[in-house]
Every structure is written in C-alpha cells, then in structure tokens.
Design a protein around this ligand. Structure first.
Ligand code: NDP
Length: 240
C-alpha cells in the first residue's frame, strides 16, 4: 500500500481516526495535508513535514483556501479523506435546532464543501480517490442520534451519487462506516455501556483508529482500482 508520490488531504486529523489515517498514509510515503481547528495539535503535524492548515469544514472560504494552499505547495491532489465529524447526542424531543444544525453542517455539509472544492483539480488530473467517513449508525440508526444518523446516512447517498458522476474521469469515491472505535468521541461511554456494546460485537472488542486507517489506506492506494461507490463497514461484525 505504497503511497509514495501521492498528495493526501485528511480532514480532522488532529485526533482520533483522522490522526491515525494521516499517520498511516504518511508512514507509507504520502505528502500529507491535515486540517483541524486546534493550533497546538496542528503544529505537531507541521513538525513532521505535513502541510497543516487550520480550517473549519463548515466554512466554504476556509475550505477553498485549504485546497488552494495544497495546490500551491504540491501542484496536485490525489487523495481526499473526509473524516472531520462531531456528535451532539440526545433524544429527538431534547435535540435543539443548534444540535441539529451543527451536526448536519459539520458531518454532511462539510463533506459537500470539501468534495466540491477538491473535485475540480481531480477532474483536471483525470484521477483521484475520495473516502468519506460515515458510520454504522448511518446504516442502522440509533436512539439518541437522529441528527448524527441523518448526517451519516446523507454521506452515503452523497458519496454514491458522486461516485457515479466522476467515475468517467477515473475518480473513485468510497465510504467507510466504522463501528465503535476508541477515540475522544466514544470516551464518554461508561464501563457498563462499553461492556454492553462489546457483547453485541462478534469480534468481541471495540475498534482501534488503526483498524480504520488500514482500510482507508487500501482504498486510496493503487491496490484499489475497481471499487467505487461502496460502503465498507469496519465494525468487528456489529452490523452484519
Ligand atoms: P474525534 O472527536 O476524536 O476527532 C474529530 C476530529 O474532527 C478532530 O480532529 C477535530 O479537530 C475534527 N473536527 C471536528 N469538527 C471539525 C470542523 N468543523 N472542521 C474541521 N475539523 C473538525 O472523532 P473520531 O476520531 O472518533 O471520529 C472521526 C470520524 O469518524 C467522524 O466523522 C466520526 O463521526 C466517525 N466515526 C467515529 C466513530 C467512533 O466510534 N469513534 C464511529 C463511527 C464513525 P479539532 O477539534 O482540532 O477541530
């Protein structure tokens, strides 16, 4: 899964799954462009030679600036991984307009903003790989996550449509749907909740960010030439 000579942009790479994906692609030789909003964590990436850009995926101008900086520095963009995401959980009755809007703007509109800005250079290059991080919750639903499930199901429909639009230019678009992965996002779970979740997972463990990173690395590498528009679950068998 050699990534030498590839330029890869990963959103939300300051922590968790995005950080693991960026580390994997970097270790395999890619030039890395990372985003997030935490300046201290971005500096750590700069120290490793990455182009680290503070960019909020909900802000069109910041996303456009991110793509311009990437093209200025590297002259091309081979890979985009839309990973930035948030949760604002609660039963529907208690979900505020703000909880709804923030989750949809980050998880769904953020993917639209980044893909829209990145697709032009990829179309010109006549090649590219996009992976959008959804969630098993976007497939199965979950009580207390109507906003999150809607955003992640939206990512699946969006990505399948984009895959059909750009296949003629050799741009492959896939979706990764993680199960329960140990990151800051799932840290709030109590021990009891974790035990209950593990009981439901056939492989009997929660996932690691590296589990997702390995899958993404395959999908964006030259090893993948014929998979597009697919939702690949990486969840220990949770949603079989
Ligand atoms: P974390 O909360 O650990 O990290 C989220 C990352 O997204 C951070 O780097 C954060 O950076 C960035 N981010 C959040 N909002 C924005 C924004 N508006 N603009 C730019 N960057 C932003 O989450 P995970 O690593 O757990 O999750 C990563 C992805 O995987 C998400 O899309 C999530 O929905 C999905 N997922 C996670 C699962 C899990 O079990 N952990 C399961 C299924 C899917 P900063 O704070 O610096 O802005």
């Amino acid at each position: 899964m050699n990534m030498l000579g590839k330029v890869a942009l990963i959103t939300g790479a300051t922590r968790g799954i995005g950080k693991a994906i960026a580390e994997k692609l970097h270790a395999n030789g890619a030039e890395i462009v990372v985003t997030g909003r935490n300046p201290e964590l971005l500096k750590l990436w700069e120290a490793k030679g990455a182009l680290a850009v503070s960019a909020d995926v909900t802000q069109v101008s910041e996303v456009q600036n991110l793509i311009e900086l990437t093209l200025k520095k590297y002259g091309k963009l081979d890979v985009v991984v839309n990973n930035a995401g948030i949760t604002r959980d609660g039963l529907l009755m208690r979900t505020s307009d703000d909880d709804w809007n923030q989750v949809i703007s980050t998880n769904l509109t953020g993917v639209f903003n980044v893909c829209k800005a990145a697709i032009r250079p990829m179309l010109k290059q006549r090649q590219g790989k996009i992976v959008n991080i959804s969630s098993v919750i976007g497939v199965s639903g979950n009580a207390g996550q109507t906003n999150y499930a809607a955003s992640k199901a939206g990512v699946i429909g969006f990505s399948k449509s984009l895959a059909k639009e750009v296949a003629g230019r050799n741009i492959l678009v896939n979706i990764v749907a993680p199960g329960y992965i140990d990151t800051d996002m799932t840290e709030a779970l109590t021990e009891t909740q974790r035990d209950e979740i593990i009981k439901m997972i056939p492989l009997k463990r929660t996932g690691l960010p590296e589990d997702i990173a390995s899958l993404v690395n395959f999908l964006v590498s030259d090893e993948n030439k014929y998979i597009t528009g697919q939702t690949i679950h990486c969840d220990g068998g949770l949603v079989i």
